[in-house]
Design a protein around this ligand. Structure first.
Ligand SMILES: [Zn+2]
Length: 320
């Protein structure tokens, strides 16, 4: 047992994700290249978002090193800021984790250079190794240092990984390789992720993670990238996904369904807002600090049921 598996044996853990999309929405990160330069340019924005996610119920502060790897920085011609960016992201997350008493996680992301061949396997390994090195120095928990690892895969439209494995096979391999938690994150919303999670739960012995995107994916459009908007010609991904966003209640339903399946490591990925994280926490029976402001429509000026609301306004409600 380690700090992660001990915590998971006792209760579910919530890990908020989605820093890339949220910083983009807030105007601090460019869609397209999607490089987290905000870490260096506006560290206060990243720190505040970490705090908001913890306030909403996240048990883990995940360093914003997503896409902070050599491949992405090469695309924007800034490989020279690779190391400072990783170190700063870890420093910001570490500060907030300390301040809030939460767990600190490093983060390695998809590299986008991988092809199923030996040369890119070596390149990916090198990119991961340098990021792991910085993360270990910053004090996060990573397997090769004898510390915990959560390994999640993204399942695209095909239903299998780019390297050919089924999600179940990939998770079994990760478990055999020493991962403490295996599962899925990103691309798929709750509806198209949970059926695969159920299959994974059936074939691995370790704890399982599920971190869907908060979008209304379906069997026909199983990923956020494949969603189509009948009212617009362009692909909604990544900057016009708003009409497909799951409500907080749908994320609550997801949390209950995932817990029912035995999933212990829960979160929401790209597109997540603090209200989604709070809904997830509340569905697990928790009251994070943000629950202080959970909705209470009984006090609404027109829709409320409280005696303080005038009869005239309640009658007028039907005309709103
Ligand atoms: Zn994501």
């Amino acid at each position: 047992m380690n700090v992660l598996t001990e915590r998971l044996a006792a209760d579910a853990l919530i890990c908020a994700e989605g820093y890339l999309f949220e910083c983009e929405r807030r105007g601090y990160l460019q869609a397209g290249a999607f490089v987290p330069e905000v870490v260096l340019e506006h560290p206060e924005v990243v720190a505040e978002l970490h705090r908001e996610f913890v306030h909403a119920g996240s048990d883990v502060v995940e360093a914003f090193t997503y896409y902070g790897h050599r491949g992405k920085l090469r695309v924007i011609g800034k490989e020279d800021v690779l190391e400072p960016l990783n170190r700063r992201a870890l420093e910001i997350a570490s500060e907030v984790a300390r301040e809030t008493g939460t767990l600190l996680a490093g983060n390695l992301s998809n590299t986008n250079v991988f092809q199923p061949d030996a040369a890119t396997r070596r390149e990916v390994r090198g990119m991961f190794a340098e990021q792991v090195g910085w993360a270990v120095e910053a004090g996060v928990d990573i397997k090769e240092a004898g510390l915990p690892a959560v390994v999640t895969f993204t399942v695209n439209r095909t239903g299998h990984l780019r390297s050919g494995e089924s999600p179940e096979e990939a998770c079994q391999q990760a478990e055999a390789g020493g991962a403490d938690v295996v599962g899925l994150n990103c691309a798929r919303g709750p509806a198209s992720m949970l059926p695969i999670i159920e299959r994974i739960r059936g074939v691995v012995g370790c704890q399982v993670a599920a971190l869907p995107v908060p979008y209304r994916t379906s069997q026909e459009h199983p990923t956020m990238q494949s969603l189509a908007d009948p009212t617009r010609p362009e692909r909604p991904f990544p900057t016009a996904l708003d009409p497909f966003t799951c409500t907080r209640y749908e994320i609550g339903d997801f949390a209950r369904a995932a817990k029912e399946l035995g999933v212990a490591y829960l979160g929401v990925c790209c597109g997540a807002g603090p209200h989604h994280v709070r809904a997830l926490a509340e569905a697990l029976g928790r009251t994070p600090p943000a629950s202080r402001y959970a909705a209470d429509m009984s006090l609404h000026s027109y829709l409320g049921s409280d005696p303080a609301i005038s009869e005239a306004n309640r009658d007028y409600a039907r005309d709103l």
